[in-house]
Design a protein around this ligand. Structure first.
Ligand code: G3I
Length: 493
């Protein structure tokens, strides 16, 4: 009998190796005839604790304004706003999209509609109509709004001229923030004041902002924003800063200095555009969030999506890998009181910037037909403090020879009759390629009992076939007996 179970440790926040190369064929069982045995199980991950703190309550004196079976409602019970970026084109034409959004989210971020270039496409013309529609929707539905973004090196108005005098640019920035503030009129509670001002190495990005406004431009923008938008929580927002690395260290140092200088900053937005399998380690995420919280800042997960197009495996397994990434990031946020809001960059695969910028993908929580994906169930489970759905489920359901030999082949010929066997490495094989995804640890377990010898050496191995070679890592080697059943088990990633 063979069983293959995604480890519970894989489902709770757990360490996962980044994928290395495509796995094109994987089988489990049998013994190898060549190659050094790879003893030692892979890292079995941290202990299976990891459930977030006991359920935090939302505001105690008010009833949950959201259906608890929606992301918004489940988030409210944990004291978190759950949001999504709203596409301008979909907002204008897709009613099903809009009602799904309205039912499920308690926070709205205009994906593009509040960016400078879209508000002031001509130097003399302001157009808040797209942004206004979204803010009215949010206000009517009782949602929070994350204004995005006052200062960014992308999506600037075309008429902003890189070669203009610094003074001219500063005046344009001042007019831009004043106009936004006059339109906003206290309705938008959070603004991403500055977006992506740092490079990956932590240095200040070379842009018109740094060139024309100087090295202190980030702090200066917060001062300006606070003057104009005194009601709003003011955030610095960036990508690749959700876990501990050079860039998040630099953001930490920058905001720490801003606080020391009395600059009005309230929080840090962590974008979390990641790929399943290369997602941040949960411990890193939590520790990183915590250090910003210890400065007295709030943290928002602002733009989460999880790309899958480069992940090997069949759809179910890839969707599971994606769901796991969502689960661990949301769980990490819930572990840290400083992390008060989680927003996704869109919510349905019908509309995602990833398709346009990188190629066809399915990075979000609902599919193109607006049906919830495993990623959606994973976020719900995380919000409820539950493990990832599918974890602990046995993937091989007919692994028991007593129930028949369906699904089994041999590593030496067409039958699995022991009489065909002529080498010690020859064993019975079950193909698990259709069940697994890269980067997920599984527990494999097989039971063996000898017939014809009192005892002998046995191995449970895995055959991994990729473009260049085949390897046979041993999952476990032991001695089996005729007198009873012996379990061979271990973790495979
Ligand atoms: O507005 C024009 C439209 O007139 C034209 O017909 C159309 C043709 O392609 O393009 C439209 O502009 C597009 C714009 O989105 C509005 O839809 C741009 O081509 C397109 O490049 C732009 O992409 C946006 C991107 O920021 C710009 O860098 C994405 O939708 C948006 O999701 C993305 O969001 C950013 C966050 O603001 C910051 N963090 C990273 C995130 C992803 O890049």
């Amino acid at each position: 009998m063979l069983s293959l179970v995604p480890l519970l440790g894989a489902c709770e926040p757990a360490k996962v190796a980044a994928p290395t190369g495509g796995m094109s064929d994987t089988a489990i069982g049998g013994e190898p005839d060549t190659g050094e045995p790879e003893t030692g199980n892979p890292d079995s991950g941290p202990p299976e604790t990891g459930n977030p703190d006991p359920i935090d309550t939302g505001p105690l004196d008010t009833a949950n304004p959201w259906d608890p079976d929606t992301l918004a409602g489940a988030g409210w019970l944990r004291g978190r706003a759950i949001g999504a970026a709203l596409s301008t084109t979909a907002f204008a034409k897709d009613e099903a999209y809009l009602s799904l959004f309205s039912e499920n989210f308690s926070s709205l971020t205009p994906e593009n509609a509040t960016k400078w270039g879209l508000l002031q496409s001509e130097s003399s013309t302001w157009d808040f109509s797209d942004a206004e529609g979204m803010v009215e929707l949010a206000v009517n539905q009782g949602m929070a709004v994350r204004g995005h973004t006052l200062a960014w090196h992308n999506q600037l108005p075309d008429w902003i001229d890189d070669d203009s005098m610094a003074e001219t640019f500063a005046l344009s920035v001042q007019a831009h923030v004043e106009s936004v503030a006059a339109w906003d009129d206290g309705r938008i509670e959070t603004w991403d004041v500055v977006n992506e001002a740092l490079e990956d190495d932590g240095s200040l990005r070379d842009s018109i902002w740094s060139q024309d406004l100087g090295s202190e431009w980030v702090a200066d923008m917060f001062v300006l924003a606070h003057e104009q938008l005194p009601h709003a929580a003011l955030f610095y927002n960036d990508y690749s800063i959700a876990w501990l690395n050079t860039k998040s260290d630099a953001v930490y140092a920058m905001v720490e200095q801003m606080l020391a200088d009395g600059v009005p900053i309230d929080g840090v937005g962590m974008q979390v555009h990641v790929s399943a399998g290369s997602a941040p380690e949960p411990e890193d995420l939590a520790e990183n969030i915590r250090r910003f919280g210890d400065l007295g800042l709030e943290v928002h997960i602002t733009e989460m999506d999880v790309q899958m197009r480069d992940i090997a495996g069949v759809d179910d397994a890839r969707l599971f890998a994606q769901a796991r990434t969502y689960h661990r990031v949301v769980s990490a946020c819930l572990e840290e009181p400083a992390c008060t809001s989680i927003s996704f960059w869109g919510f349905t695969d019908r509309y995602s910037w990833i398709d346009d910028h990188y190629g066809a993908d399915d990075p979000l929580l609902w599919d193109e037909d607006l049906q919830p994906k495993p990623a959606h169930h994973a976020v719900m489970a995380a919000l409820r403090g539950e493990p990832l759905p599918g974890c602990g489920e046995e993937f091989i359901t007919n692994g028991d020879f007593e129930k028949g030999t369906d699904g089994w082949t041999s590593s030496w010929g067409n039958t699995i009759e022991a009489t065909d066997r002529y080498e010690t490495w020859q064993g019975v094989v079950q193909d698990i390629t259709h069940l697994v995804a890269e980067g997920i640890p599984y527990e494999a377990s097989a039971w063996v009992r000898l017939d014809g010898a009192d005892s002998d050496d046995v191995s449970l191995t895995m055959s991994i076939v990729d473009e260049t070679e085949t390897t046979w890592p041993h999952i476990m080697d032991t001695t089996a007996y005729s007198s009873g059943w012996t379990e061979l088990s271990g973790t495979v990633t």
